[in-house]
Design a protein around this ligand. Sequence first.
Ligand code: CDT
Length: 310
Amino acid sequence: MRRIRVAAAQMGPIQKAETREQVVARMIALMDDAAGKGADFIVYPELALTTFFPRWYHADRAEADHWFEAQMPGPQTQPLFDRAREHGMAMSFGYAELTPDGHHFNTSILVDKSGAIIGKYRKIHLPGHDEYDEERAFQHLEKRYFEPGDLGFPVWRMLGGIFGMCICNDRRWPETYRVMGLQGVEMVVLGFNTPSVNSQKGEEGIEQRMFHHRLSLQAGAYQNATWVVAVAKAGSEDGHHLMGGTMIVDPDGFIVAQLGHEDDGVLVHDCDLDATRFGKETIFDFARHRRIAHYGLITGRVGAEPPPEE
Ligand code: CDT
């Protein structure tokens, strides 16, 4: 048994006017709660330090730079790292990253229990659009403010296990999990900001969106025999509602814990990393069963190309 006690630290809404100091104080309160419950590892949402700013259009992209972190840890986030080290707790959280040479990424990091950043992931599947779209009920400008990630889907050894990260929309793509699965991942952690209504299809509401969320997580977990920990930023940010749905999925694809509210709160669960073994050694023993000679289109073709009509 290799038991990791994970705390999925859901965050309620972060309003535009909220400062980094206020948000970090909320994150520390969640961490203290998780520490009281004996957690080894705390996972926060995507873009945990700010409101989901890609819903706001700036004609001049540089005006959005104040949402980005040029340093990690920086003066405002250092207290979070300090508290994690005091608790001896590993952590992962998402933020908008501005690199020294001016690149912008939607990033998450993995921090070990000594407070050292041991892993970085930059979101690869960026949803939305890059110009103002008046057809949509609200904007989703991730393609305007971020570049696609350039680090692939690595995994890292930590706490006696193998961990990987992805971010929000990545969870809907089977390739995300499989690339990590091929490196033996035992726990995938991810944060998300998912509007509860489809901006291009008003009748697609929270029920359907929650179904697709669960479907994606459960399939990814089962097909790669890995734990999946998914953490929401939820509730109404300046009138824009994000769904909840913080949950933990086991390597058989079952939801073993979930939060039923949209506020700040921790969901704690003991995850046995050895529970990944059965699936990895039987039905999803990749070395025995995969047939890569037939998978070329997966990496050779981006969009669907149906055969010519007769
Ligand atoms: N943050 C993020 O990736 N959200 C997307 C919304 C998709 S609609 C453009 C998601 O997949 O949940």
